[in-house]
Design a protein around this ligand. Structure first.
Ligand code: FES
Ligand code: FE2
Length: 401
């Protein structure tokens, strides 16, 4: 089967050689990355230019976005055979379909004829019929008919829409454009263990979400999401009071491909609007947890809901962010549920992100300035950034030196 990544894998890695923000006189990118890879007690942040360089973004597409697992949705969005939804990732146009009770497929929705999109939005169907000249495809992306052209004249490779691998982890649908990639579950074992009390697989993704059109590099948001050190600044009332950064800590990720930021609530005040998630028995009942599965899957939990920050990057300096909520099925029976879910979205999630967006815009302006430099990381409260940076340097940075 043809893979969506085939073009990217064949390309030689681009390099970031031009003079760009954060390049001190006489200091090579290799020197800067070496600073990022020092032990956390004296490591520096990533070089500013790896956030701003279009060449580095192209390298990220070739080395991580095409080869790592990225969350695109939830299995409960497509419970019946033929249910589908569409998605975009790094400019790719994707179709995610339930092909059988046991199988979810992901393939390109760009028609093999003259590139019209064979589906949009979401729905249910038995075959996908291109709206242009009616070529039709089955639920696995195989060309089934082409008007007035004999199917025998198509080679195997010309009759299959480029496919990605799919893995469902805790109800989350992940795709990977590298058909030879290692399964995800075996790479996040201790994260799965940590998440177990949240009974994440049984949660339901709500259809309504908050969306932001975001003009910055995707890594700026991931870093912001993964530390509580900034709570006293932008979030003095919303987060610092219930979840003071001094109580936060970051888990040892055993060199796996994830980070977790734990934010206990020392006062143990229950701020949740919905019934508690049943499996929670410890500090997590009143605490907040943020997690990243590298590179771009951001998840969080309070004592009553799950939160998914869906990042959809398309260029080095732009991505769409959808902030989505998940709840246990039983919570949907609570009286006034839809109004409560709206309150959580509009009076907690939206204002919280607006506070982060303002500071992230400030960081983005700074990173694009020639004065931007690599900074020191706090070895306890920003350990997650150091963990992510080590992973990034091993997968992307290594191609830049
Ligand atoms: S572009 Fe799809 S059938 Fe012609
Ligand atoms: Fe924040």
């Amino acid at each position: 089967m043809k893979t969506i990544a085939s073009k990217a894998q064949g390309r030689s890695a681009p390099t970031a050689q031009s003079r760009e923000p954060g390049t001190a006189e006489g200091e090579s990118l290799k020197d800067q990355l070496t600073q990022s890879m020092q032990p956390v007690s004296h490591a520096l942040t990533l070089p500013p230019r790896v956030y701003t360089s279009p060449n580095v973004y192209e390298l990220e597409k070739a080395t991580i976005f095409s080869r790592e697992w990225i969350m695109v949705g939830r299995a409960e969005q497509i419970p019946n055979v033929g249910d589908f939804f569409t998605s975009e990732l790094f400019g790719r146009k994707l179709l995610i379909v339930r092909a059988s009770s046991e199988e979810i497929c992901c393939f390109s929705r760009v028609c093999l004829h003259r590139s019209a999109l064979i589906a949009d939005g979401s729905g249910n169907c038995k075959t996908f019929v291109c709206p242009y000249h009616s070529w039709s495809y089955d639920l696995r992306g195989k060309l089934r008919s082409a008007r007035d052209i004999a199917m025998t004249s198509f080679s195997e490779s010309k009759s299959q829409l480029p496919a990605a691998r799919v893995e469902v982890w805790e109800g989350c649908i992940f795709v990977n454009f590298d058909l030879g990639a290692k399964p995800l579950a075996g790479q996040i074992l201790s994260l799965t263990e940590f998440f177990a009390p949240y009974e994440f697989a049984d949660m339901v993704l709500l259809p309504d979400y908050v969306e932001f059109d975001t003009r910055m590099n995707w890594k700026v948001l991931c870093e912001n999401f993964m530390e509580a050190y900034h709570h006293p600044g932008p979030h003095l009332h919303l987060l610092q009071k219930p979840f003071p950064y001094t109580a936060s800590y970051i888990l040892d990720n055993h060199d796996e491909r994830w980070s977790v930021l734990a934010m206990p609530n020392p006062a143990e005040e229950d701020q949740n609007l919905l019934p508690p998630i049943k499996g929670l028995t410890d500090w997590r009942k009143t605490g907040l947890v943020a997690a990243i599965i590298y590179p771009t899957t951001l998840l969080a939990f309070t004592g009553d809901i799950g939160i998914w920050y869906q990042i959809i990057p398309d260029t080095v300096d732009h991505f769409t962010l959808r902030i989505r909520t998940l709840v246990p099925l039983s919570s949907m029976q609570v009286e006034g549920f839809h109004q409560i879910a709206k309150t959580i979205r509009e009076e907690f999630l939206r204002p919280l992100h607006l506070q982060d967006e303002a500071i992230n815009n400030s960081v983005w302006a700074g990173l694009n300035s020639p004065e931007a430099t690599q900074g020191r990381l706090h070895q306890k409260f920003e350990l997650s950034l150091w963990q992510m940076n080590q992973w990034w340097c091993r997968h992307v940075g290594v191609h830049l030196t």
